[in-house]
Design a protein around this ligand. Structure first.
Ligand code: 4AD
Ligand code: MG
Length: 431
């Protein structure tokens, strides 16, 4: 008999099938046992009736411990009382792997305990739903950019440069010299754009952020598209279409997971309405000041400011043209102003903050060489990057989406550590 997956039982109503499953929990009496099961694709209940299976199998069912793995043979029934909609009437049960003293009992546990047991906690409903949605977003990313004619190129993770600022670098011994763990694939993506027109990188990035916030990881995954012959206005259109594509993919493919998480699907669907508002940094500062925020022109936004701005528009919102002083060296100068650059951050609503950072890139060799020096960066490390401006420099733009920030927002989670299988933060390197 083939082993079928729980996500497929809907095709077997009224039939006898075999499933492989782990026990999540059980309850019952001397005559009936209700087994809460999972198999990695879904969660379902099975019912064992003593009068039907006989004493021996019933005794086995009664002794099952949490996370015991087993084969079950039984008949699939519709069950309108459960969220899942189906149930199994068990005819036979064979234990595969015993389990004793599973630590994550059905009672409440603190976050630290759950994160210490992340290798086991992955089996539970919340990580199950969040990480399946993450998987959809990764698949949808490849679909979207392939459809739009992008080539994926892989940037190295070991580098000699620090494009997003020297304060947040992890360094490591590299034979006789020192290497850094990459903060961004962007500079390599720019080289790729000059070779292939439209590219994206997707890989882990590392930042030694000393921030213990619900939005920061020290290792996170970033999708970084880079487009030659494209200005910032056109890049913003790619960005909003990409976000809408991600949300539609999750709504279409992860209805079950969104329900498990209690995420409001209508609210999510509202974020597919384009275009997103474009608000200049100048306007944003004014709006904040009018609403009693103590902010001066020139400051970077913190979490309260970002939360206010996105909630004010009840939509993802682009904040454009930030002060040059608080942004990276490669961003394009404004044509008529000295103090701002052609950049945009996309802020997510509901307090999730910045999910995308991007800009048009400056194309001028002399200017960028100056900026590299002014930032105290090592000219030798950037010579190859500056070459891109020496040999047929063209207008180009790009952006970076923090995958876990986007997953946290779309799944409605409280904390970014839920959005990655094994989170790395200032205080967590294990498991
Ligand atoms: O705004 P950032 O620093 O931009 C860049 O790295 C550019 N090189 C991107 C580009 O233009 N190609 O980071 C981009 C995004 C942020 O908007 C945020 O979503 C995410 O990366 N991010 C983090 N996510 C989790 N933990 C952290 N410590 C993060 N730092 C940035
Ligand atoms: Mg940023």
């Amino acid at each position: 008999m083939d082993t079928i997956r729980l996500e497929d039982v809907k095709n077997y109503v009224g039939q006898e099938v075999r499933i492989g499953a782990w026990l999540r929990n059980k309850r019952g009496s001397g005559k009936l046992q209700f087994l809460q099961l999972r198999d990695g694709t879904a969660f379902m209940q099975a019912v064992v009736v003593k009068a039907e299976v006989g004493d021996e199998i019933f005794a086995k069912a009664k002794e099952l411990k949490q996370e015991t793995s087993m084969y079950l043979v039984g008949t699939i029934k519709e069950d309108t009382r459960s969220d899942f909609g189906y149930e199994m009437d068990v005819n036979d049960l064979v234990v595969v792997g015993a389990s004793e003293g599973y630590p994550i009992t059905p009672k409440e546990h603190g976050t630290d305990f759950l994160m210490d047991h992340r290798h086991l906690y992955l089996r539970h409903i919340q990580p199950f739903a969040v990480l399946r949605i993450r998987n959809t977003m990764i698949a949808a990313t490849y679909e979207f950019f392939n459809k739009e004619g992008f080539i994926k190129i892989d940037a190295p993770f070991l580098t000699g440069s620090a494009p997003e600022g020297t304060t947040e670098l992890f360094s490591t011994e590299y034979f006789e010299t020192e290497a850094y763990l990459s903060q961004t694939g962007q500079l390599y993506a720019e080289a790729g754009a000059m070779a292939f027109g439209k590219v994206f990188t997707f890989g882990p990035t590392f930042r030694a952020e000393k921030s213990k916030t619900r939005r920061h990881l020290t290792e996170f995954w970033m999708i970084e598209p880079e487009m030659a012959w494209m200005d910032q206005a056109a890049s913003l259109e790619v960005q909003e279409r990409y976000i809408a594509y991600l949300i539609n993919a999750v709504l279409e493919r992860n209805s079950y997971e969104l329900d498990l998480l209690g995420r409001d699907k209508e609210l999510l669907a509202s974020y597919t309405k384009l275009p997103y508002p474009r608000v200049s940094y100048d306007e944003a500062i004014k709006l904040l000041q009018e609403n009693n925020f103590d902010v001066e022109w020139g400051v970077d936004f913190g979490s309260p400011e970002e939360t206010f701005l996105a909630n004010h528009f009840a939509s993802p919102v682009f904040i454009t043209n930030f002060p040059k002083e608080i942004k990276a060296f490669y961003m394009k100068r404004h044509p008529t102003r000295d103090d701002v650059v052609i950049s945009a951050d996309l802020l997510a609503p509901e307090g999730y903050g910045e999910i995308i950072g991007g800009s048009e890139r400056d194309t001028d060799y002399e200017y960028l060489a100056e900026r590299v020096k002014a930032e105290g960066l090592d000219m030798d490390e950037y010579a190859w990057y500056l070459d891109l401006r020496k040999y047929g420099s063209v207008p180009h733009s790009g952006f970076g989406l923090g995958l876990e920030r986007a997953v946290t927002w779309i799944t409605g989670e409280e904390h970014i550590r839920e959005a990655i299988p094994f989170p790395r933060t200032m205080t967590r390197l294990r498991p």
